[in-house]
Design a protein around this ligand. Sequence first.
Ligand code: NAD
Ligand code: WQD
Length: 342
Amino acid sequence: MKKTILVTGGLGYIGSHTVVELQENNYDVVVIDSLSNSIREVAERIASITKMPIKLYIADINDESLIDALFKQETIDGVIHFAAHKAVGESVQNPFKYYRNNIDGMITLQKVMRQYHVDTIVFSSSCTVYGDTKNSPINETHPVTEAISPYGTTKLVCEQILKDLCRYSGFRGIILRYFNPVGAHPSACIGELPIGVPDNLVPYITQTAAGIRDKLTVFGNDYNTADGTNIRDYIHVVDLARAHVKALDYAFTMHQDYEIFNLGTGKGHSVLEVIKAFEQASGKPLPYAIGARRAGDIEQIWADATKAAQLLKWTHQYNLYDMMDTAWKWQIALNHKQSRQG
Ligand code: NAD
Ligand code: WQD
């Protein structure tokens, strides 16, 4: 029998790609999304890829009576919990917005799950929990450190809440620590939808190439790396989405417990390497200038994802060129949509 998965934040960037993979792997999906950082049309775009409808609740996971009604109405077998605010800079300006949404949301969701005896959850965490480290590649036993932003604090606290519930309340949980998700679905029907000026590198690059921004500023070239720019582990969002299906399959085989997995390619790339890969994939030169360091940036970090390979039988399939190629095709598709809408 098909299992039904509740996907919180399922219209967002990583959530939408995961809904596609779930539907294509024989799971039924119920999505709840508040549209705080997404649009309703994403549901139609997902359906245009999978040719399957999704059951959609436009609501906030902090609305306990509504979550209760949802669990009463649907037979939920497991949950993938993406719904959260994610802008690191905004979290420094407005920490309570982040504590309320991300931590309260986790508590409300898990409280209702417990009430309805739904005990299986996959949670979106981040490599941000490793803080500033010089010891890459990082595996899951690497100590987590005091968070460098309120956003990071919410990930640490939510991880801890989940661990408690796995220890004492019979939950089985998977914590996925993503490195840097980029790229878009190869269909160019779904991808990242940054609102306003993007903070992250790849949407800034694609918007610059599309003429929306004048030029990219590379935040520092005086780091202790081969070309002086920061190194990150960029991972294609479709690879990440596939890992969620594997993680869920694995969670259903677990007894009460939790497991943590890093999701990255295991390879670091510098900012200048990303620019070069983008230029190759798009066939366009990218205007950029070297600027000052960005406060809070870590010099270099990349994953040791061996555990995911061994236990989940997951490994990445897309390389940096594919990430840039799909990100650029998505940007072109977005420009077309926006020009059609005037
Ligand atoms: P996103 O903003 O694109 O998606 C999040 C979705 O959740 C949005 O559709 C938003 O409307 C929804 N949402 C937010 N708060 C909600 C609430 N209270 N109730 C219902 N819906 C709500 O973000 P994303 O990049 O897809 O990230 C998904 C998850 O992965 C987040 O938890 C994020 O912290 C985590 N993560 C993201 C990255 C990244 O770089 N994108 C890296 C590491 C971890
Ligand atoms: C990547 C590299 C920048 C923009 C953030 C969050 C982290 C996680 C992933 C959620 C860095 C450089 C960037 C620009 C640049 N998210 N850069 N010019 O900072 O690694 O991680 O997203 O959990 O928590 O902090 O990603 O894409 O912002 O930056 O030179 O205009 O690109 O300095 O080296 P980051 P990013």
